[in-house]
Write a new protein. Structure first.
Length: 168
């Protein structure tokens, strides 16, 4: 089964079993509809039910899991990831992908040239940028419809038409 990281547990908060979480999702409200999730414990995952959540400052949320009512019962989760299975993932519109699905994809030009592998997706603002590692170094490819022609997640390939001068 495939899992998606939705949060990184940075610390405990107080003594009543609350945890401070750095969200790894662009939709923090997603925590409000989440019934359960998994804590990745390394060799196994622990399924937990979400009792409540609230926003905390600008970049964090506070979560409380059912039945874990004191600091001693949640301290072991510090430094762990909250995950959901793909079945419970948000449904994206057609032609949209999770970043983790793009990582590792081989990128080819329409002429069949292998440009390398996607190692990072930058989100600077107007459009995403795929960072492709090639033998010659990094290539930054704007994720625009007239550049990215085809994404095949199943085969982990992306076909692009590069703008003039991008590789120079």
């Amino acid at each position: 089964m495939e899992y998606i990281k939705i949060g990184y547990i940075t610390n405990t908060l107080g003594i009543n079993g609350e945890l401070k979480v750095e969200p790894l999702t662009s939709d923090v409200g997603r925590f409000g509809v989440l019934e359960s999730c998994y804590i990745n414990m390394g060799k196994h995952r622990k399924k937990v039910r979400l009792e409540r959540y609230r926003r905390y400052k600008k970049k964090h949320v506070i979560v409380k899991f059912e039945g874990l009512d004191d600091i001693a019962s949640v301290e072991r989760f510090k430094g762990r990831y909250m995950e959901i299975d793909m079945e419970n993932a948000v449904r994206l519109p057609e032609g949209h992908y999770f970043i983790f699905q793009l990582l590792g994809c081989r990128v080819y030009t329409s002429q069949g040239d292998d440009l390398g592998q996607v190692v990072e997706v930058l989100q600077p603002g107007g459009n995403d940028v795929y960072v492709v590692k090639s033998p010659a170094g990094e290539v930054l490819i704007p994720a625009l419809k007239d550049v990215v022609r085809e994404i095949d997640i199943e085969n982990k390939t992306i076909r692009v038409d590069l703008p003039e001068g991008l590789l120079e």
